[in-house]
Design a protein around this ligand. Sequence first.
Ligand code: ATP
Ligand code: MG
Length: 442
Amino acid sequence: MRLTAFFLPTLKETPNEAQVVSHRLMLRAGMIRQTSSGIYAWLPLGYRVLRKIEQIVREEQDAAGALELLMPTIQPAELWKTSGRYDDYGKEMLRIKDRHDREMLFGPTAEEVITDIFKSYVKSYRDLPKNLYNIQWKFRDEIRPRFGIMRGREFLMKDAYSFDLDYAGARRAYQKMFLAYLRTFARLNLRAIPMKADSGPIGGDMSHEFIILAETGESVVFCDKRWVELDVLADAPSFADDLEPFYLRHTSIYAATEEKHDPAHCQLAPEQLVTARGIEVGHIFYFGTKYSKPLGAVVTGPDGEPVTVEMGSYGIGVSRLVAAIIEPSHDGAGIIWPESVAPYKVGLINLKQGDAACDTVCEALYDNLLTARVEVLYDDRPDRPGAKFADMDLIGLPWQLLVGPRGLKSGTVELKNRKTGERVELSQDSALAKLTSVKLTA
Ligand code: ATP
Ligand code: MG
């Protein structure tokens, strides 16, 4: 992509409405635009990151055997009346009437809709287990939308729902999601700690919030110091294996949200206990027959008797993740994207646009990178180098390839690693070889 053809409305000034660094940087980098309180448009650069995160989430759900579908954003109130949640949900639910005066709502979550779909088709235990998910916009009329897309009113969520014949099946479905979440967050370069969370009226131990430690986090959390260093995927099983040992190993290391933390029962020595703030990026939850019962999701069991299916639901805040990745990964100059979600891998900077030698070399590098399918943003604007450096650092692409008249005289270009700041001079060919064939780690 050529920057002159792109839409990158970066800001020099720090917007004063933004209280946390991720919000400030997303506004300054031209990633999002607020259209009303808690509701944002995703501008091209931000949308690329959102889609990359979405794709990683999707790949790991698929790997765990979950099946993607797409449910509507607008739901009928009727289903929520059947489950008993229509009145309970309160003001967070955006209620709408259509032209026929029918009660509708913008879905804040989709347990009712998915259970209704499931029960319409699945009638036998032989069709279990199933896990169905979608990645869809949700609306919650949050009382205090804040921190940009971190706590928005409209936000993108991955929500999966498992259906099983019995508790043992539901437990396995839960453990698969537990593993899928650890794999997902690792690919996003995030250390997300599964913390024991409130499990509602069902009780039991199967409710975990996945939390990233960050000073700007909204929740207070408590965990064993070991989590801070733990390689969570060391000796991770594959989805086909028995996941019980892995699950028990991880859930035995203390980690709890504020609601679940009980100082009287926490066995950790004070110096071993971390008390911190955190950002919730995912939540997995087993709730038995809470929805299947009122909505009538019943299958015929092996003995011919009807069985109300056991369910769980599993959410990831896909749009919140964009901010959650920036919070621990930035410096004074801007964002530092992990390569897996960077909007482009390389920023090509022409330090003297209009100079015949610089233009020729940049065009050749640009063509070669495109041919090699390396995602590249080419700053071909006629601006000063200083302004180009500042924008490129701000938007945080993992690699910058700098082409200027001085280097070209000795036949070199410069490759800068955004994260380490390390710069090396090398020939065009070696630069290309590095960016194309070798898997560079940012
Ligand atoms: P929170 O305690 O932050 O309000 P929640 O318990 O209401 O979250 P869930 O219903 O479990 O959240 O939704 C699944 C995921 O969706 C959360 O883990 C979070 O990452 C994300 N999420 C929830 N509310 C918002 C929001 N208002 N804006 C952005 N993401 C959100
Ligand atoms: Mg909430």
